[in-house]
Ligand binder design. Structure first.
Ligand code: S3P
Length: 186
């Protein structure tokens, strides 16, 4: 099967759910942020601090395009779907799943899970909420969405798996998006 891309705001549980889903499917798992850090030999906060967010977005878009497009689960970063034709790329190459949830819970998790997130550190809660709202239109273009509220990562992974099985049995998701906003990348 084509690669499954998990999208959604910081703290949605993309990495935790992605690992479980990859195990269930027997696919490779990639955390896009981790992949960027390895390739750049720098942590995400270091990249933001030294080279700025625009540079991070460039690395992110490149990293996304260097991961396998089959038999993999990719946990993207919260901003991946909103940048540089990334969403059209994912919709075209694979299956895009939005982990949707309640902003307050995602924010609390993102602020308190021990992972350093430069955007959380630099912005107020109000600014983060506005960022979240600005990203919703992108997240909502996913092939399908799974509500994460009050559900464990294992339950969420199993729900995704069920939806994938339905698809194998002939149920179709919304048409794959045309690559309208796709731009050439180098
Ligand atoms: C970001 C989310 C982070 C990471 C970076 C920027 C964002 O990933 O890519 O700090 O723009 O929302 P997580 O969603 O895994 O925290």
């Amino acid at each position: 099967m084509e690669t499954i891309y998990l999208i959604g705001f910081m703290g949605a549980g993309k990495t935790t759910v992605g690992k479980i889903l990859a195990d269930l499917l027997g696919y490779s798992f990639y955390d896009l942020d981790e992949y960027i850090e390895k390739t750049a030999a720098q942590s995400i906060p270091e990249i933001f601090a030294e080279k700025g967010e625009a540079h991070f977005r460039l690395l992110e878009a490149r990293a996304l395009r260097s991961l396998p497009v089959r038999q993999a689960v990719v946990a993207t970063g919260g901003g991946t779907a909103a940048g540089r034709g990334n969403l059209s790329y994912m919709l075209e190459k694979g299956l895009v799943v939005h982990l949707a949830g309640d902003f307050s819970r995602m924010y609390a998790r993102a602020a308190g899970d021990g992972r350093e997130r430069p955007l959380i550190a630099a912005k107020s809660r109000e600014e983060c909420f506005r960022l979240y709202q600005s990203r919703l239109p992108f997240y909502r273009k996913a092939h399908f969405s799974v509500d994460t509220t009050d559900r464990s990562p294992a339950e969420i992974a199993r729900t995704i798996l069920e939806r994938l099985k339905e698809r194998e049995n002939g149920k179709t998701f919304p048409e794959k998006a045309e690559r309208k906003d796709e731009r050439e990348y180098e």
